[in-house]
Design a protein around this ligand. Structure first.
Ligand code: 3HC
Ligand code: NAI
Length: 698
């Protein structure tokens, strides 16, 4: 019998067997690890010199839970399953002590709950985060945790998936001891003492769930959780599984939990959430930039331009405790920028989300300046000045003169060519695009624009900086609009054509919001300012006279309806309010426009609206992949999930297209290409090929 398989180490200490999970990075409970635990328990029980057993984890976790990469593969259900492992632990005649440190999540916590005793180091993150992956704890978590820490506390942990520090649970009944010094020493000592006690040793499954009104509490929870999670089946199932255990006892509860797990793991929602989990981590990996790439040391940050974006970008660094030198051309602009940053923080103080001390500490990290001399020491300089190539030229030429060798020079441009900007300097290898999204202190997405000369260590460094300021960074090549805005342009183009063909703004918005987008294209455009798109289209008319657009949005802009900021756009707005009210005037203007353009208006179904909008994204995404602008489909999905309000439970436009089936997507695209305005549809060859071969993007 192989015991010392690579995923589990077996040693003995003072007559105690120590089973150490050794499956980096987080000791996921894959098949080899599970096998190793079962064999270790058996070996310890058959060794007369061993009196007790400790299970712990090597490296940076006790265990991060089931190995998610095994889900929906034969290995996930291959014996010994986690259920079997936990049964073997419970059955062990010699006491089993779980020695928990760093991370005990999901199946890792469930394994520990099966042990006879638990000792924890302070600072460990304890969680049942399965719900975040669209599933529920499937190895007894919904049954044992309520028995360990009480119904209400357990339900909150299971339904939220949020980690709780071990010290907060010290008195909860989950742990038998908190380690004061070396965890393993104390666990071994604890195990030796436990071995002196008469068996059988205690099991969490035998504890009772005490609650004065369990039925009422569960019903209340089901109602509130159900209302808050309507697109996600898992949270309510968690409550159902807990309820089954409360009403029918441990074994029936466990069987029901299993049933729910099997059902949930196959749902598209769970698939999408796991896609996002791995997609987020995959985005930080750049195919030709190995993780061993040396990084540049980034201590001092400078931001140029204290406007909308410069202010928000600055706040990201202040929030992470990093000092920022903020440069403007005029004192008034600098004062205005600083006042806006302060106002944003004050709003957080008012809401109780920030203390006054923290506000003061963050503001104190800013060094405002009007002089480029103050940028000489900066390691990373981010430019956020007006979107005009001439202004960028001035700034980058000046930076080339003053910045120290090796400083990273970044531009927040949203539409200009990063290679042209890099060419204003004699160090294009140090230039990169850092495209933040507005409001930059809130939005998770950061497009990292890789110029043709951008050095690999610059890329590796800015990816690390992004992590520090908690952004989801996705690398994009240089093209007009980068990944996100290039795709949204095709989406908006379809939305405008549909107005011309028969839909009205409220119908388009309603249909796509029902699909799950946070905001439809017309409400979004009113919020961002319709003049922004107008300016881009004017440029397009010059650069790509061949590209057709509906002129309907230009008509709207010609009347000065720029959106919320002018009190009128695609919708009407009451003074001081944000509610979008359908506008009779605009609707009439649209109908008149169709007539003028000689288009016979027809009823457009919600299904067509959703397809044309979402497939326009996926089709352009496919072209972006073909051109190597994005290196993988999941990067595109991450852009849309974190920057454009694409519904998380659908996993992003590329995964959604995969889910519908590329064959079906291609058929629809070809059908739309036959309709009026059909020349906007040129099917991407990579989509067409995959559709033909039964392939997918992910
Ligand atoms: N299975 C497989 N791989 C996992 C994993 C898991 N459960 N948890 C993390 N990983 C991988 C990540 O994909 C990443 O891989 P990479 O280096 O190749 O990109 C690596 O471990 C490190 O992950 P992070 O970058 O997230 O590392 P952190 O140190 O920031 O965080 C963590 C560690 C808190 C454990 C975090 O990874 C996490 O939250 N993991 C998910 C935990 C989870 O959801 N567990 C439940 C699993 S489902 C389950 O247990 C079912 C059971 O009830 C039957
Ligand atoms: P803004 O007009 O709010 O701010 C620009 C600031 O730069 C102003 O405060 C101005 O005084 C200052 N400035 C101009 N020339 C300067 C110079 N030579 N030196 C120093 N400061 C100078 O503009 P906004 O919206 O912040 O945009 C800045 C950049 O960010 C642009 O490149 C824009 O395309 C990009 N961007 C904007 C987004 C948005 O939603 N507003 C989103 C993503 C990127």
């Amino acid at each position: 019998m192989v015991v010392d398989n690579a995923a589990v180490k077996y040693t003995t200490r003072d007559g105690v067997a120590v089973i150490t999970l050794n499956n980096p990075p987080v000791n996921g409970l894959g098949h080899a690890t599970r096998t190793g635990i079962v064999e270790g328990i058996a070996r310890a029980n058959s060794d007369a010199a061993v009196t007790a057993i400790v299970i712990t984890g090597a490296g940076k976790a006790f265990s991060g839970g089931a190995d998610i990469t095994e889900f929906n593969t034969p290995k996930a259900t291959q014996e010994p399953t986690l259920h079997t492992v936990i049964k073997e632990v419970e059955k062990s005649a010699k006491p089993v002590v779980a020695a928990i440190h760093s991370v005990a999540m999901g199946g890792g916590l469930e394994l520990a709950l099966g042990a006879h005793y638990r000792i924890a180091a302070p600072g460990a993150q304890i969680a049942l985060p399965e719900v975040k992956l669209g599933i529920l704890p499937g190895a007894g978590g919904t049954q044992r945790l309520p028995r360990a820490i009480g119904l209400e506390a357990a339900l909150n942990m299971i339904v939220s998936g949020a980690p709780v520090p071990s010290e907060k649970l010290a008195k909860s009944g989950l742990f038998d001891a908190m380690a004061q010094g070396d965890l393993l020493d104390e666990a071994v000592a604890f195990a030796r003492k436990a071995a002196d006690k008469q068996g059988p040793h205690p099991l969490v499954r035998n504890r009772k769930i005490e609650h004065p009104n369990a039925e009422g509490f569960l019903q209340f929870s089901r109602n509130t959780v159900g209302a808050m999670s309507k697109n996600y089946p898992a949270p309510v199932k968690c409550i159902d599984a807990i309820a089954a255990g409360v009403k029918q006892g441990f074994d029936k509860g466990l069987a029901y939990e299993r049933e729910c797990f099997v059902e949930l793991v196959q749902t598209p929602e769970s698939h999408a959430l796991r896609h996002a989990f791995f997609g987020e981590r995959a985005a930080s990996k750049i195919p030709d930039v190995p993780s061993s790439t040396p990084m540049r040391d980034i201590q001092k940050i400078a931001v140029i331009g204290a406007g909308t974006m410069g202010g928000g970008i600055t706040m990201n660094f202040l929030n992470a405790g990093v000092p920022v030198t903020l440069l403007e051309t005029k004192q008034e602009a600098l004062d205005r920028g600083l006042a806006t940053i302060r106002k944003n923080y004050e709003a957080q103080v008012k809401k109780g989300k920030l203390t006054q001390e923290k506000l003061d500490a963050r503001m104190a990290l800013i060094s405002p300046t009007l002089s480029y001399d103050d940028l000489k020491q900066a390691d990373l300089i981010i430019e956020a000045v007006f979107e005009e190539l001439g202004v960028k030229e001035q700034v980058f030429k000046r930076l080339d003169e003053v910045a120290k060798p090796g400083a990273i020079l970044a531009s927040n441009t949203s539409t200009l060519d990063v290679d042209k900007i890099a060419a204003f300097t004699k160090r294009p290898q140090d230039v990169v695009g850092l495209h933040f999204f507005s409001p930059a202190n809130v939005m998770k997405l950061l497009e990292v624009v890789r110029g043709k000369d951008t050095a690999k260590d610059v890329l590796a460094t800015v990816m690390q900086v992004a992590k520090k300021i908690r952004k989801t960074a996705v690398v994009s090549g240089v093209c007009d609009g980068f990944i996100g805005n290039r795709m949204i342009e095709q989406y908006v183009r379809q939305a405008l054509y549909m107005l011309e063909e028969g839909a009205l703004p409220a119908q388009v918005d309603r249909a796509i919001e029902k699909f799950g987008f946070a905001m439809g294209p017309f409400r979004m455009s009113d919020l961002a300012g319709n003049d922004i798109g107008w300016a881009i289209r004017k440029r397009r008319y010059q650069e790509h006279p061949d590209m057709k657009y509906s002129k309907i949005a230009d008509r709207l802009c010609e009347t000065g309806r720029f959106g919320q900021k002018t009190g009128a756009g695609w919708y009407d707005y009451k003074a001081g309010e944000r509610a979008a009210l359908p506008s009779k005037l605009v609707d009439e203007m649209i109908v008149a426009y169709s007539k003028e353009a000689g288009v016979e208006r027809r009823k457009i179904s919600d299904e067509e609206i959703v397809e044309r909008l979402v497939y326009a994204l996926a089709n352009e995404g496919a072209k972006i992949l073909e051109e190597g602008i994005a290196s993988k489909a999941s990067d595109i999905d991450m852009v849309y999930l974190t920057g454009y309000g694409f519904p998380l439970w659908r996993g992003g436009p590329m995964l959604y297209a995969d889910t519908v089936g590329l064959y079906n997507v291609a058929r629809s695209i070809r059908r739309y290409a036959q309709q009026p305005n059909g020349d906007a549809w040129q099917i991407a060859s990579s989509l067409a090929e995959r559709a033909e071969n039964g392939g997918s993007f992910n």
